[in-house]
Design a protein around this ligand. Structure first.
Ligand SMILES: Cc1cc2nc3c(=O)[nH]c(=O)nc-3n(C[C@H](O)[C@H](O)[C@H](O)COP(=O)(O)OP(=O)(O)OC[C@H]3O[C@@H](n4cnc5c(N)ncnc54)[C@H](O)[C@@H]3O)c2cc1C
Length: 490
């Protein structure tokens, strides 16, 4: 639907009448909201920057009446095209809905969807409370986007993902009616759990305007280790090995030798002088000072026995240097080609070695640069494929490698996305993840909650080939900063 059609014009007229200055139709604003981190652009007819939640209901009532596509947007940091208005229509920008209240007595936070994750963490910390989910984008991404994608991050290995902290979600159905799923209670066993269905539904089943989150006690101390290991077998069995020792790391991150080689070439120094690129682990323990001391001792013993060599940091400044290795691994890959696809596949813990082996094989056979790093404590490894989109032949090889990777992940009992969602980027592969009955059930849910298919249409269910689109050339705000903020900074 475009504003050229009569009903599109009528809908826009009603929108202006009811929301006035919140509606923007100037080209610059529409262009600004035409893409997200995937950098594929599709121009909306209007951007609606609501100032209060009730306006969301008004927007949806009009959109539902006229069948206008509505793409809800937080910060637009999705890496999958989830916030790209691929069917045009309206972008509903919720970044101004950023009310935030910490309820110390009940250990919870009541937030608008526009609250930036790091701001919630900082505010909770003022009262000794802690909101653990920490996507690397936490300095700019919003809670609405995190709920919609069931965002993860570095600390999930100990603390879980966004869903584990959501007590209640208020928001609007596609028809503009207000609903509240769950309550501000620790338990809820009353009726269908549509709250958890909304979490991870990528703006396709409803629009979240009120979020109540569980908070826990803030750990007071951390200790960080960086170790290099003889083999992937040793490094990637660390989740099981550490559990058997009674260790519960807050962060357990892996980098493959290819990634280490890439970053050493990029920074020009060896991470561990005299040692060829080998698998590395960055591990952090947290808790009270006594807990960290005890956990740190156990971890030190394991490192001394298992690693080729390791370093540890007791202060934040020292830890910063170890974190640099993880940060530079990712940013160095960007130097290699015009396009870097960051896949966030997840496999059972005992299948991680098999996954890394199959990536090595894909790298050789397709002659594509592929680096693996990520959250090995969760089996959630980021597989990064670098290619030059101007080079058709190389792009074809990269796409073949990507297809094979996704099939392999599914055959290992894993999932094509562990934290970023499907959006547009994973639509060519998502069908393979589900059997007919599962796919039909998902479609039935979508039809029941959004019968006119106005909420983020084109996502999850319709196949879109991102590699056939030209990416736009823009520098995003987070690309100006370091890509991987340090987790302790919150
Ligand atoms: C440098 C970088 C690092 C990243 N690291 C991580 C990471 O470690 N872990 C991780 O999980 N992700 C990561 N991401 C991906 C991204 O930041 C997350 O998916 C985040 O949750 C998106 O939040 P956002 O506010 O930007 O949402 P947007 O990009 O605006 O939207 C994302 C999706 O959520 C929907 N949506 C947004 N708000 C609402 C709402 N209120 N109601 C209903 N639907 C809504 C949108 O329609 C869209 O489908 C990273 C991204 C970047 C650029």
């Amino acid at each position: 639907m475009t504003t050229d059609s009569t009903s599109g014009q009528n809908a826009l007229g009603q929108l202006y009448e009811q929301l006035g200055a919140c509606v923007e139709t100037a080209y610059e604003q529409r262009e600004d909201h035409s893409y997200d981190g995937l950098k594929i652009s599709s121009l909306p007819d209007a951007v609606i920057r609501v100032k209060e939640a009730v306006q969301v209901g008004k927007v949806l009532k009009i959109a539902n009446q006229y069948g206008i596509p509505v793409t809800t947007r937080g910060a637009g940091s999705s890496l999958t095209g989830g916030a790209t208005p691929i069917r045009g229509g309206w972008v509903l920008d919720l970044s101004l809905l950023d009310h935030l209240e910490i309820d110390e007595e009940n250990q919870l936070a009541r937030c608008g969807p526009g609250v930036v994750v790091a701001e919630l963490q900082a505010k909770a910390a003022e009262t000794g409370l802690f909101y653990p989910p920490d996507p690397s984008s936490k300095k700019f991404c919003t809670l609405g986007g995190n709920v919609a994608c069931n965002a993860g991050g570095l600390r999930c290995v100990k603390y879980g993902v966004t869903r584990d902290y959501v007590l209640s979600l208020g928001g609007y159905l596609a028809n503009g009616e207000y609903v509240q799923w769950g309550r501000a209670t620790r338990k809820f066993a009353t009726g269908y759990n549509i709250r958890d269905l909304w979490v991870g539904s990528e703006g396709t089943l409803g629009v979240v305007t009120d979020i109540t989150l569980r908070l826990i006690d803030l750990p007071s101390s951390t200790r960080t280790f960086l170790g290099v290991f003889q083999s992937d077998e040793i490094a990637l069995s660390s989740p099981q090995a550490l559990r058997k020792l009674g260790l519960r790391p807050a962060i357990l991150e892996y980098m493959d030798p290819w990634t280490i080689d890439c970053l050493q070439k990029y920074v020009g120094t060896e991470v561990f002088p005299g040692i060829e690129p080998h698998p590395m682990l960055l591990i952090e323990v947290d808790g009270s000072e006594q807990e960290v001391e005890a956990q740190g001792k156990l971890l030190e013993g394991w490192m001394a026995e298992t690693a080729l060599t390791y370093r540890s940091a007791a202060t934040l400044e020292e830890a910063e240097k170890l974190w640099d290795v993880r940060r530079q691994g990712s940013s160095s890959m960007k130097k290699l080609a015009s396009t870097k696809l960051n896949e966030d596949v997840v496999v059972p813990l005992d299948q991680q070695v098999e996954l890394v082996r199959s990536v090595e094989e894909l790298r050789k056979r397709h002659q594509i640069k592929i680096g693996v790093f990520g959250h090995c404590g969760d089996g959630n490894l980021h597989v990064n494929l670098m290619y030059d989109e101007e080079n058709t032949e190389e792009t074809e090889r990269a796409v073949s490698a990507l297809r094979e990777l996704m099939s392999k992940v599914i055959s290992l009992g894993g999932a094509i996305s562990g934290e970023h969602g499907v959006g547009l980027a994973k639509t060519p592969f998502v069908r393979e993840q589900f059997n007919d009955a599962e796919w039909d059930a998902m479609r039935a849910v979508k039809n029941a909650l959004d019968p006119k298919n106005i909420l983020n249409p084109g996502k999850i269910f319709d196949v879109f080939h991102p590699w056939e689109q030209k990416k736009i050339s823009v520098t995003l705000s987070w690309e100006l900063e370091n890509e991987e903020p340090k987790p302790q900074e919150a």
